[in-house]
Design a protein around this ligand. Structure first.
Ligand SMILES: [Zn+2]
Length: 196
């Protein structure tokens, strides 16, 4: 039994699954599912469809050039059976798989590096270019405060909302200029006073 690769999307084709097409020059094409078979019959280019491995590798989204990937390549050289060779091969397969996974993880981390800072800068620019967003927030805060005061009058045991409000203030303080911060801090104090 052998686990083949889908000719179209490169996912594994397990025994008893998928479709095989044999061209009249005896070349075999295995497909993991009808989606891939259909795409092949329509002469789609797997490099142009984003869900295939071929696309991801061509677009630099996955590890494509690596020594661990060359082991799985097919070679048309018959090897004489040798018990020791099989043993070492089996243990080497595990080790190589570990190394491959490690490198893939490192590649992904490297690819995603700097995303957080980029997102933060984008948010900052958005707030700077649309100052009305901050004003909306102020109005919301004022409303919340009013609500909290109302609740205070009704009953004293409503700590959860206050905690939530505090957390929001903490998370969004970074984006606001200093003047804003002072105001928010004062508000925070007010909220605390209310809570007690
Ligand atoms: Zn497939």
């Amino acid at each position: 039994m052998r686990i083949y690769q889908c000719h179209f999307c490169s996912s594994p084709v397990y025994p008893g699954h998928g479709i095989m097409f044999v061209r009249n020059d005896a070349k075999e094409f295995r497909f993991c599912r009808s989606k891939c078979h259909k795409a092949f019959k329509q002469r789609r280019n797997p490099r142009k469809l984003k869900w295939t491995k071929a696309f991801r590798k061509a677009a630099g989204k996955e590890l494509a050039v690596d020594s661990t990937l060359t082991f799985a390549q097919r070679r048309n050289v018959p090897v004489r059976y040798n018990r020791e060779l099989v043993e070492t091969t089996l243990s080497a397969m595990e080790r190589i798989e570990d190394i491959r996974k490690k490198r893939e993880r490192a590649f992904y981390k490297n690819r995603m590096r700097g995303n957080e800072e980029r997102d933060f800068l984008r948010d900052k620019q958005l707030v700077e270019s649309n100052p009305e967003l901050l004003r909306i927030r102020e109005v919301e805060m004022a409303r919340k405060l009013a609500k909290a005061q109302e609740k205070e009058e009704v009953d004293d045991e409503d700590d959860e909302e206050e905690v939530e409000e505090d957390m929001e203030v903490d998370s969004e303080q970074e984006e606001q200029p200093e003047k804003e911060k002072v105001i928010l801090k004062n508000k925070k104090k007010n909220v605390k006073k209310l809570a007690f």
